[in-house]
Ligand binder design. Structure first.
Ligand code: PHE
Length: 358
């Protein structure tokens, strides 16, 4: 015998009435509450199941039974809304009465910011000075051909600088024996490249790493140079003196300079530029014992000279028409004098305690 559909619906509504009241009351979160609602009103929910019995209800009772089912649904909906408001209020209340955020707590400090290495700082400063004097910056490779490092710069083939003791030669597998390759020993290579490529007139500065077989307190096998070159018609030693004196004054302040004759194969005449010792100049009683200038009162700053005509010709420049001057300096030496660094090796150990001082 099939059950009486009216009884079935009434029993179902009664059961739902008990169920939702109890489960809504014990739901503690909005999520739980919504699940309970779905269990009753959802597609597979209890009330939906009750509705299925409506088909078998005799037509004279359909309307009444339909109204009762709808009333039950409305009751569940409004109980749900009431409980939802209750739960939200409780949550808000809990947030308000919880221990407040302590806005005065220090935040997590960001990772320490990096900064430029002292060598980069000094190099930048020097390049800027020459840029403001009208020189353009040029760059070249650290692995070079012998021609650009020595031959075109008028080093004779047996010059001691070309010796294995002084230069890092690079063995190129399958390379022709006459096309020798090395780690550049000076940034004059960039000047050779620029003169060969662009001819005259030109005014360039170049900087970068250079390599020599040298290793002691003041020499490192890798160090940094900045070199400059100006080639034009009617360039004389007067221009050399003017530009380099201006440079030294900007870098070290307005102190005395002197040009001392010296020899480099690629210049004639050649000179060394000295600046009055920045350490003992102010108190001459300390001069005799000054370890920086060794009591001479002068610091050697850079090498310079008028470009040798043969170098111009090697690079395709008409030496009858053009003349020029060149200079070169070690960036480490400038940094050591500037910051009072006694040992060049500290610059390359990358000890954060040292680097943090800049
Ligand atoms: N290239 C030279 C060196 O490394 C420096 C220098 C450059 C000297 C230009 C004179 C002119 O010692």
């Amino acid at each position: 015998m099939s059950p009486d559909p009216i009884q079935e619906i009434e029993a179902g509504l009664l059961a739902i009435g008990d169920e939702y009241r109890q489960r809504f009351a014990t739901a503690l979160t909005e999520h739980e509450l919504r699940n309970v609602r779905a269990d009753i009103l959802g597609k597979k929910g209890a009330l939906t199941r009750v509705l299925r019995a409506m088909g078998a209800v005799p037509s004279d009772r359909k309307r009444e039974m339909g109204e009762r089912v709808n009333a039950a649904r409305a009751e569940v909906e409004s109980a749900f809304e009431t409980r939802l408001v209750e739960l939200r209020q409780a949550l808000r209340q809990a947030e308000l009465s919880a221990t407040p955020f302590d806005l005065s707590l220090p935040g997590r400090s960001p990772a320490p910011r990096g900064h430029r290495h002292p060598i980069s700082l000094v190099r930048q400063e020097i390049l800027e000075i020459f840029k403001s004097l009208g020189f353009e910056t040029a760059w070249g490779p650290e692995v070079e051909h012998e021609v650009n490092n020595f031959t075109k710069l008028a080093f004779p083939p047996d010059h001691p600088a070309t010796d294995l003791q002084d230069t890092f030669w690079v063995r190129v597998l399958g390379g022709a024996p006459e096309a020798r390759v090395l780690l550049r020993t000076q940034t004059s290579t960039v000047q050779v490249r620029e003169m060969t490529r662009h001819s005259a007139p030109l005014a360039i500065v170049s900087g970068g790493s250079v390599y020599r077989r040298d290793d002691d307190v003041t020499h490192s096998p890798m160090f940094h140079q900045i070199e400059g070159l100006l080639v034009n018609e009617n360039v004389s030693f007067a221009e050399l003196k003017g530009v380099l004196t201006q440079f030294v004054h900007r870098l070290y302040g307005e102190r005395a300079v002197r040009f001392r004759p010296s020899y480099f194969p690629f210049v004639e005449p050649g000179a060394e530029l000295d600046v009055a010792c920045v350490f003992c100049e102010a108190d001459l009683s300390t001069r005799a014992s000054c370890r920086i200038c060794k009591g001479t009162g002068w610091l050697e700053i850079l090498g310079c000279g008028m470009v040798h005509p043969s170098v111009l010709e090697h690079c395709g420049i008409d030496a009858e028409r053009f003349t020029g001057f060149a200079f070169g300096l070690g960036v480490e030496r400038v940094a050591m004098l500037r910051y009072g660094i006694p040992d060049i090796r500290i610059l390359f150990e990358n000890d954060p305690r040292f680097l943090a001082e800049f």
